[in-house]
Design a protein around this ligand. Structure first.
Ligand SMILES: *Cc1c(COP(=O)(O)O)cnc(C)c1O
Ligand SMILES: [Zn+2]
Length: 419
């Protein structure tokens, strides 16, 4: 296990506020967290990370949901609609057909707006309020915009969302719309939307709430904390592996950070850290390419395509945080076809778990890695399903049964059923 995972508690910089500060992951420059708006390092443009002089311990956690973990967060409370505390479903038939010791589904689609993005927004929008900004913005493949619109309106702030025209699932646009965001439909893909919104943010036009924002990732760490506590409660052990879909790699970075902080606090042994295993769609797999080529940097894919629109991303901005997470935990990354994604979506549905296509990528990836022997039959695995079935009703209808027209009388219905 490498240096970063076993690193000791960092030294508190002099300008730290209440033991919390922002630190550049490249050059270690530090900044006070709530004085100026800043997304990347002034010195080297590297990604920033929230740091604490006291890493969290399990005995500090109390209550339910994201704010149970306030000891691991930069604020004590947020703009909340009771996000987190999502189910960790048993799926016995799927567990058996995949062939692992234990398989659990952490269904993040059960958050208030139907995706894990709520966990980031409850923290991120609260930080925005503390910073005193008045306009929020994000680029989005859909779910970030739904969450930002909801949390922004709850905080009574103006919200702009930039969406790739024609490439966002219907449920997500409907949410952003009803929660009152201004929806800017961009003639380009998600990566182009993010380029534009980053420039708007740099010009001070809006506060950026994409996962480039280090505070959002703090909220998303709580997915990892809930999974760890869930496995301890149900099996008395840590999970061997966590499999998750990868778009901008924010969650991968966030889970890795949660585990690193627990290692710093002596709550988790470095060798017990779950293997972070990322799954992408074949048509949008720059992280998989980097892992397979053992590359230090991810090559931006200009052309991306997949039915799993939530992960239709060619330039994962959190790659510098996520690649070491995958490598240092002994995990890997794998790509799956759209057909395999739909198959996994159906498999989950037969267990009563309804997810959108991107979410099913985790299960499709696990199945593939198990078939290849990369995942052992003795492993206890958590698959993250990131968004709810209703987010993408068109994909669900296409993957499922077709309605059957029948006459409006019992005899006719019975006749139809006999055929
Ligand atoms: C945002 C999102 C992802 C991608 O998550 P990253 O943290 O950007 O890798 C995956 N699935 C769904 C449903 C999402 O909304
Ligand atoms: Zn720097």
């Amino acid at each position: 296990m490498s240096l970063r995972l076993s690193a000791t508690t960092p030294e508190t910089p002099t300008e730290a506020t209440d033991g919390t500060w922002l630190e550049c992951i490249e050059c270690a420059e530090s900044y006070a967290p709530f004085e100026d708006v800043r997304y990347t390092c002034d010195e080297c443009n590297g990604l920033l990370e929230v740091r604490y002089d006291e890493p969290p311990t399990f005995d500090e956690f109390e209550g339910e949901g994201v704010w149970r973990y306030d000891a691991a967060l930069p604020l004590e409370s947020g703009v909340t609609t009771q996000e987190g505390a999502t189910p960790l479903y048993e799926v016995p038939r799927l567990e058996e057909s995949v062939g692992v010791e234990a398989l659990r589904i952490k269904h993040e689609g059960m958050n208030p707006t139907g995706s894990f993005k709520d966990r980031g927004m409850t923290v991120g929008v609260a930080v925005a309020r503390k910073l005193g900004v008045d306009r929020l913005a994000c680029a989005s493949t859909g779910n970030t915009s739904a969450a930002l619109a909801a949390y922004g309106s709850r905080a009574d702030m103006e919200t702009l969302v930039l969406l790739p025209a024609g490439k966002v699932a219907a449920g997500k646009v409907a949410q952003a719309s009803l929660h009152g965001a201004r929806i800017l439909e961009v003639d380009g893909n998600f990566d182009a939307c993010l380029d534009v919104v980053q420039e708007l943010a740099e010009r001070g036009e809006a506060y950026l709430l994409n996962s480039l924002n280090p505070f959002r990732l703090e909220g998303q760490k709580t997915i990892g904390l809930e999974i760890l506590e869930g496995f301890q409660a149900d099996y008395g052990v840590w999970p061997d592996r966590i499999v998750l879909p990868v778009g901008n790699a924010g969650n991968t970075a966030a889970l890795y950070k949660a585990f690193r902080e627990l290692v710093q606090a002596d709550e988790l042994e470095p060798e017990d850290v779950p293997k972070l295993t990322g799954v992408q769609a074949e048509g949008a797999a720059p992280m998989v390419e980097a892992i397979e080529n053992d590359a230090d940097e991810v090559r931006r894919w200009e052309e991306v395509e997949t039915r799993a629109t939530a992960i239709r991303i060619g330039n994962p901005v959190n790659a510098p945080k996520a690649l070491p997470g995958i490598r240092e935990t002994g995990g890997t990354a794998v790509s799956v076809t759209d057909g395999e994604i739909t198959e996994a979506q159906r498999d989950l549905a037969t267990e009563g778990v309804g997810v959108e296509p991107a979410s099913a990528a985790s299960v499709a990836g696990l199945r593939k890695l198990r078939t290849e022997g990369v995942v052992g039959d003795d492993e206890r695995v958590a698959c993250l399903t990131t968004g709810h079935l209703l987010k993408d009703p068109d994909a669900a209808a296409a993957a499922g049964n077709d309605p059957e027209p029948v006459p409006a009388d019992t005899k006719g219905v019975l006749e139809h059923l006999e055929n």
